[in-house]
Design a protein around this ligand. Structure first.
Ligand code: OAD
Length: 235
């Protein structure tokens, strides 16, 4: 049976208006990534980090951020693909779901969820998280944090993903810089004879591990990739 695994990164959401992590200035929305996306950064300055994610959550909800043609094409691919299908994303936005994708594996967590550090319960969350926000689960204060995986923490779903990657026949990495592990190493886990596609505006340090390339903006290239792979499925 054919088995397709897709990994997406910030590049797929760039044309929807969400900034990538490694812009030309090396900052994410004006901050060094380590300051706002590491467990050390959070322990050093929880208010700064909570405020930063409150702003990202608000932006996602209030600025009318919508999926682009790349997200839409992947949702269509999932509907039409006749085999095992796994969509892994490093993105914490909800644009894959908004486009109609299901069972998305958010390995770095989700902006629209909060987690109670006392009980580990994960809750849907659309408001700001404030130190004084009482947790609906345990009723305590100061225990809610964004349900986001920071540097220094273990990404989600790793056992399931590595198991399924080993047997996949097709793998595609879309809009990811190939710099952050473990996701950057997924392409080396899939079997040697699997077909490996990279879709990006640029080369990445992982490019040599792929054998087919769609070079250009995701909103143009992902629909072309989907057309090709669905065409190949029929042959
Ligand atoms: P990056 O910001 O590191 O890389 C974005 C990639 O998208 C780059 O390779 C760009 O060339 C490419 N790109 C930009 N615009 C594009 C477009 N319109 N179409 C196609 N490609 C485009 O983002 P990620 O690889 O997702 O982790 O970053 C990985 C992780 O690093 C993130 O999940 C986050 C970050 O620190 C955590 O916060 C734990």
């Amino acid at each position: 049976m054919k088995s397709l695994a897709i990994l997406t990164g910030a590049g797929i959401s760039a044309e929807s208006g969400l900034k990538t992590f490694r812009g030309p200035d090396g900052l994410w929305e004006g901050h060094p990534v380590e300051e706002v996306a590491s467990i050390e950064g959070y322990l050093r300055n929880p208010t700064l980090v909570q405020t930063f994610y409150n702003q990202r959550r608000k932006q996602l909800i209030e600025e009318g951020i919508t999926p682009n043609l790349a997200h839409v094409a992947l949702a269509e691919l999932q509907r039409q693909w006749e085999g095992d299908f796994m969509l892994i994303t490093q993105n914490v936005d909800n644009l894959h779901e908004k486009a109609g994708s299901t069972d998305v594996l958010h390995i770095h967590g989700e902006l629209l969820k909060a987690r109670c550090e006392n009980s580990g319960t994960v809750l849907p969350w659309t408001k700001n998280i404030e130190p004084e926000s009482p947790c609906p689960e345990c009723s305590q204060k100061k225990c809610l944090r964004p349900h986001i995986v920071w540097f220094g923490e273990m990404p989600f779903y790793m056992d399931e993903i590595f198991e399924r990657l080993r047997s996949c026949t097709h793998f595609a990495a879309i809009g990811t810089s190939g710099l952050v592990y473990p996701a950057a190493g997924f392409v080396e886990v899939v079997s040697l004879d699997a077909r490996k596609f990279e879709i990006n505006t640029d080369n990445t340090p992982q490019s040599n591990n792929f054998d087919e390339y769609f070079t250009g903006p995701a909103s143009e290239q992902v629909p072309l990739f989907v057309e090709k792979i669905l065409g190949d499925q029929k042959n």
